[in-house]
Ligand binder design. Sequence first.
Ligand SMILES: Cc1ncc(COP(=O)(O)O)c(C=O)c1O
Length: 398
Amino acid sequence: MTTPSPPAWLARNPRADRTQKFGDAQRFVIDPDGIAELCEELKACPAHKPTPLHALPALAARLGLGALRVKDESQRFGFGAFKALGGVLAVSNVLAEAVGAARAVGAVGEARHATPGFESLMKGEHRDITAGFVFTTASSGNHGRSVAAGAKLFGNRCVVFLPKFTSAVKEAAIRQRGAEVIRVNGDYDTAVAECRRQAEARGWTIISDTSWEGYDSIPRSVMRGYTVLVEEIVRQWPEAPTHVFVQAGVGGLAAAVIGYLWAVLPKRPTFIVVEPRSADCWFQSNLLGKPALASGNADTQMGGLACREISPVTWPVIAEAADWFMTIEEDEVLPARRRFAHPLAGDPAITSGPSGCAGLAGLTRACTDAAAFAALGLGKDSRVLLINSEGDLGEPLA
Ligand SMILES: Cc1ncc(COP(=O)(O)O)c(C=O)c1O
């Protein structure tokens, strides 16, 4: 009997080699060292505590799986999205490095950098050096809120560039954290271009979650923040997942999840990257074997995933260790959000946004297509991990 080929919305990664070791090229993108210490340092932040990893046994059984766990980032910092981990930490790193460089002591060549910690920056102990920084970023909403929160925490000015589609609620949440907002007449990629133009003209520091030629250190620092949630998962689920469905915009979240789990787990899970069909830049890049533009115009309700271009610095992790790439349709989002909100008997209710539930939309699609289910090796022994990357931030559920 021949096995049916997978559907067109599911593509295998021909570069993924499961015997490949996590090496230096990957470590440059996601460095697993020091993450436990970072989690410790975060305790200085009063709002910080690990987010829950929910078990959904009833939904797992319904989908024909052994176990299903959902990392619930809607509860991160009372902030409502995993993005809180990235922007705040990247802002703090920029300031710490500036202080370290300015206070360097000793002879040239053996300078010791007195890099201050999170707490010291929060107390404003180095305002003579840090006060002049103006931070800026482009964002579909969540990342901008995180950068604004970081700038506010350390007392700096912040300017956030938003695409046309970002909800008024998300804009208000950014303003509430003291940032100025500039709306561009276009999509996320247009906002990135405008942010770069103005930052260069005015000497502002860009805290971007995406990278480009010559700019990757800050996006790597943003992803380092995301690895905190992955470290929490590793502690919360000693059995570890066999399959991970992770949604991608530019790929920062996916790189953190894939890279960290690849580095620390004894057995690499099967990784499936999920994108909206109109914003399928990773799906297309996989087909082409190099960074490629999305096939659509990124006009999607999944605002956090509405990207036409990948973050190139993530390539050595995602392009080499994601096993599959898949797309989902717009009409699969609401059912997934509703399933989280109104669970099967015995499962917990989870509040999600359109980008937050994209992993569940992908999993549901894969589990209701026999060829996809078989191709991904799903079944009664599978332990599946999803990340609810955001809560309800102004996108209506009905
Ligand atoms: C809620 C949510 N989920 C997922 C993503 C995707 O993250 P990345 O762009 O790092 O792939 C984003 C990005 O903004 C987001 O806001």
